[in-house]
Design a protein around this ligand. Structure first.
Ligand code: 5GP
Length: 191
């Protein structure tokens, strides 16, 4: 951190630096590219808004350099749960714009916490007839997992703490931070 941006003052601890994120995305793109080199009609990246928006943009660019070609779809979902925990009951706020039948789908996720949202999403995509569905998640909290969900590509396993940055928000803020960190307690106290 520490290029003097406004958000630096609110961060107690950096969990993953900008450079670490950049290096990891290059590595993930290399793996996905190698595993899908034979995808004749490319892969369909499905981004779950809003948290995964930074990851989607950077990952798609890296994958683009290596191939296969990719297409992008965006979904927005909301959990019926209260507060900061997910209930697993999911409502679609924005659906896919087109048919995914027969496509190789790669879900681009920001973070897998309880796994409830992702588990619901995988069933939904399956019901829409995707040929295959895999998940690339930049972060995972192994201690928080409640339902087993297969994440083929994982960037970082992180402790079970609430983090912000690189797409992840607290009350819609901090998404633009280029690194991921934990907020100072006084930030919660003043909101
Ligand atoms: P799950 O259903 O796995 O419990 O929740 C997944 C979603 O909750 C993620 O896609 C993300 O939007 C949100 N989430 C989980 N952990 C965190 C966190 O530490 N910080 C933020 N800002 N969002 C989180």
């Amino acid at each position: 951190m520490a290029d003097g941006s406004w958000y630096d003052a609110d961060i107690e601890r950096v969990i993953i630096s900008e450079q670490q994120i950049r290096d990891k995305i290059a590595e993930l793109a290399k793996q996905v590219s190698a595993d899908h080199a034979d995808a004749a009609d490319g892969v369909l990246l499905v981004c779950v808004l809003k948290g995964a928006v930074m990851f989607m943009a950077d990952f798609a660019r890296e994958l683009g350099r290596l191939g296969p070609p990719s297409e992008m779809e965006f979904m927005a979902v909301s959990s019926y749960g209260q507060g900061t925990t997910s209930s697993g009951v999911v409502r679609i706020l924005k659906d896919l714009d087109r048919d995914i039948a027969g496509r190789r789908v790669i879900v681009v996720e920001d973070i897998v916490d309880s796994g409830l949202t992702l588990s619901w999403l995988l069933k939904y995509l399956e019901s829409r007839g995707a040929a295959s569905i895999e998940v690339v998640a930049l972060f995972r909290k192994p201690e928080a997992i409640k339902v087993p969900v297969e994440v083929r590509y994982v960037g970082f396993d992180i402790p079970s703490e609430f983090v912000v940055g690189y797409g992840l928000d607290f009350a819609e803020r901090y998404r633009e931070m280029p690194y991921v960190g934990v907020l100072k307690p006084e930030v919660y106290a003043r909101s």
